[in-house]
Design a binder for this molecule. Structure first.
Ligand SMILES: Nc1ncnc2c1ncn2[C@@H]1O[C@H](COP(=O)(O)OP(=O)(O)OP(=O)(O)O)[C@@H](O)[C@H]1O
Ligand SMILES: [Mg+2]
Length: 369
């Protein structure tokens, strides 16, 4: 297999998916490649009670009820809408589900203000139309149309960022399950094969930009993904992503568990401070999501790899944390300064890794102010 900067889940876990398919004897809806139980197992990992000959690692961390509801929705004739704060793993869950169910997670439309109906229906290959006229050959199906033709899952990222015209077009696709092509005289309807469904994601902070119409809401089952606030699951997510990152960059570097604790603790502290702040100025602009934590750690790891020695130091970690959270000056800087004075300083007095963290953060804050 040739190299890819980032392989889609069905490629990355191809061997595991093949194996699961080979041992799966459960009933499968439509043309699903795995039964609902196996899809859940692929996403959430195996337990000894599953009685499998090999261990399947957990890939998405969160309550099993969200995963089950998502799977059930996809077996129904309604679309699935994963909604939640930025960085809660919505896109990752959508990718894993599509990979497990139909081995194709790449039929994706990205919702933006510039997304048009063509992006979810079809467009034309202009030079072919000029040479040979409009026909099915000169038509370029959108990812959603391709998903309909193949009876697989199409994905729509950031649905609420798309305009209401686009949302309306999606309504007709989800209810009628076909797209007509009025430009053609014959063969002008594309029907969805059984198994076609849509997984959309929406950022709850975006709501209001283009709020979903009630007609669209009726055609989707909502699954609301909360921010992980449980420290243990968060630690698992961060560890999982870090291991993967190190492997991907072929970096040999030790990440001391005590530093992972510091990262988790400082995010937890800053979240609590944001939650109790009375105005937006006293609140970090960052949503302080798990994804951002991963970003901070990734930064720190790459920094140590390129410029440091073979271990991640608390100084570097603090530098990355301050660097990625200080977005607004002076508001964010003031909040971080206050945190460093009030919380990190006392902890750093006792020596240990908090002391290095204290120093690194102080230095970064001085440079930035
Ligand atoms: N619950 C989780 N389980 C596993 N990985 C997670 C989880 N939450 C976040 N991540 C990791 O965080 C990163 C960002 O997640 P993802 O892009 O899926 O977030 P999102 O909810 O789609 O965010 P946005 O609303 O900004 O698009 C990914 O690398 C993902 O693997
Ligand atoms: Mg996303």
């Amino acid at each position: 297999m040739s190299e890819m900067l980032r392989a889609p889940a069905e490629v990355k876990y191809a061997e595991e998916l093949d194996w699961l398919e080979s041992v799966d004897d459960g009933p499968k809806p439509f043309s699903w490649r795995l039964s609902p139980r196996m899809v859940r197992l692929f996403v959430l990992g195996s337990e000894p009670s599953d009685g499998l000959d090999r261990e399947i690692p957990q890939k998405w961390f969160g309550d099993r009820s969200f995963v089950e509801r998502s799977i059930v929705t996809l077996a129904s004739d309604r679309g699935l809408l994963l909604i939640g704060d930025p960085g809660t793993g919505k896109s990752w869950l959508a990718e894993l589900l599509a990979a497990a169910i139909c081995r194709n997670s790449t039929l994706v439309v990205q919702g933006t203000a510039g997304t048009t109906e063509d992006h979810i229906k079809y467009s034309w290959n202009v030079s072919m139309v000029i040479a040979r006229g409009q026909s099915r050959e000169s038509m370029i199906p959108s990812p959603i149309m391709t998903a309909m033709e193949q009876g697989v899952i199409g994905r729509f990222e950031e649905l609420t960022r798309a305009t209401s015209d686009v949302q309306d077009a999606l309504i007709s696709i989800l209810s009628e399950k076909y797209v007509s092509i009025p430009e053609l005289e014959e063969d002008n309807i594309v029907f969805a094969k059984p198994g076609f469904s849509v997984i959309a994601t929406a950022n709850s902070r975006d709501r209001g930009v283009n709020d979903l119409s009630s007609a669209l809401k009726r055609r989707f089952n909502f699954v609301r993904i909360p921010v992980v606030s449980n420290k243990r699951s968060e630690a698992e997510i961060v560890r999982f992503r870090t291991t993967e990152l190190l492997r991907r960059h072929r970096i040999e570097l030790e990440v001391p568990p005590s530093l992972l604790d510091i990262l988790l603790q400082s995010f937890a502290d800053l979240r609590a401070a944001s939650a109790s702040a009375s105005s937006d100025d006293e609140r970090l602009e960052s949503a302080l999501s798990t994804a951002e934590q991963i970003g901070v750690l990734e930064d720190a790891i790459l920094h140590s790899h390129f410029f440091g020695d073979r271990t991640l130091s608390p100084e570097t970690l603090a530098g990355s944390l301050v660097g990625s959270l200080a977005r607004r000056s002076p508001e964010d800087l003031a909040i971080l300064n206050k945190y460093w004075h009030g919380v990190v300083e006392p902890r750093g007095k006792d020596g240990g890794p908090w002391q290095g963290f204290l120093e690194g953060g102080r230095q970064a804050l001085t440079t930035l102010s």
